[in-house]
Design a protein around this ligand. Structure first.
Ligand SMILES: [Zn+2]
Length: 80
């Protein structure tokens, strides 16, 4: 897995043009933060997005103790 750059598409909230990732950094084990720049020269919006791992769909076989992600499905509402 590489940074946000190759992974997500996030349109500019103002003009809905595509954006490019300028920088992305790890905030926590489950959170990354990226600075995006709108590709529309008439807009020029630069902004920050945060991507967070929130739910597990299929459990990891290499579980890390500091990662807390509830299962995505089921109606179990257990929060730890
Ligand atoms: Zn824009």
């Amino acid at each position: 897995m590489r940074g946000l750059g190759s992974g997500i598409k996030f349109a500019c909230p103002h003009c809905e043009s595509p954006t490019i990732v300028r920088t992305s950094e790890t905030v926590t084990r489950q959170t990354r933060q990226a600075k995006l720049i709108c590709t529309n020269a008439d807009c020029g919006h630069t902004f920050v997005v945060v991507v967070e791992a929130v739910r597990t769909i299929s459990p990891s076989a290499k579980h890390h103790p500091s990662v807390h992600m509830p299962m995505a499905h089921a109606h179990a509402r257990k929060r730890t």
